[in-house]
Design a protein. Sequence first.
Length: 292
Amino acid sequence: MHNLQIARFYLDARYRNHKGGLKGGQDRLKEILEKYKNFCLTDEVLFRFGKTYQEEEEPDEAAKYYQQLVRDYPNSEYVDKASKGQLGYIHLYDMGGFGLQQFARDFPPQWNKRGLVIDDRWNHGGFVAAMIVEHLDRKVFSVAGTRYSHYLQTTPDRSYPRYLDVLINRQGGSDCETLAQAVKDFNLGPVIGTRTWGGWVGIRGDKPLRDGGNVTQPEFGGWDPRGRGWQIEGHGVDPDVVLDLSPDGFLDGKDEQLDYAIQDMMGKIAKDPKDLPAAPPIVPRPLIPTNP
C-alpha cells in the first residue's frame, strides 16, 4: 500500500501539476506488479501503469496493461472461490468514467449471483453513483424464460433479490459516499468498514490563476428529504459494521473487511438463498368451440 500511495503522490500531486514525477510513479507501480501478485488494488495499479505509458506515447505498452486489466478483473477470483460461485465482487476505482466502465463490465456477468460485494474503498469520487445505485436497487417485477432453457430473465432487466454488502473506508470521499449512504437509506444491505472522510460538497474548478493553479469553492451540497438536515459533508458516512484493517494492512494477504462481507452473506444465503422462483405449472386450456 505504501508504494501505491507514493505512486499516487507522484502522479496526482506532482505530474498533474507539471512538476515531474511520471517516472517515479511508474517505477513504484512496476514494483507492485512484480513483487505483490495478490495485491487487492491490482486493477488500479494496472490502470495507472498503463496510463503512464500513454503519457509517454507508447500505446502498445499501454494497451498491454489495459488488456490485462480487462482479462484478469471481470470477477474477484478470491470471492468466487470462497463462496463456491455464489457471490460476485465489483471494485470501483472511482465514480467517474473508469468506475462506470468497471461496473458496466463486471455487473452483467454477475447480476444473478445470490450476493454481491461492492468494494467502495479508496474510491476517488466523481458523479455516477446514482446510475450504479439505480441498478442495485431494482425490484423484480417479472421472471421469464424460454421453453427449453434454464436461463431466467427478469423485468426490469438484471433485477434480482440478491444480498448486498458494501465496503467503505476513511480514504473514500465525494460521490463514493453517495453510494454508501444510498445503500443505507434504501436498506439494500449493510455497509462495512470505517467512516468515510466527509468531503461530499461538490466543487467546480473553473477559475484558473496566472501561475498555473486554480481556485475552487464548495458549491453543490445536499440535504436529506426526510428532514435530517445536511447530508454527509464534514462527517462522512458511518458504517453499519465498524471494522478496520489490521495494522499491517494487506501484507499478510488477508482482507478482514472483505472476509467479513463474504461470511455475512454466506450465512444469510444458508438460511434463505433468495433464488428466483421456478415457472408455475401451465394451466390446461382446452379448446372451446366458438360456434356450437
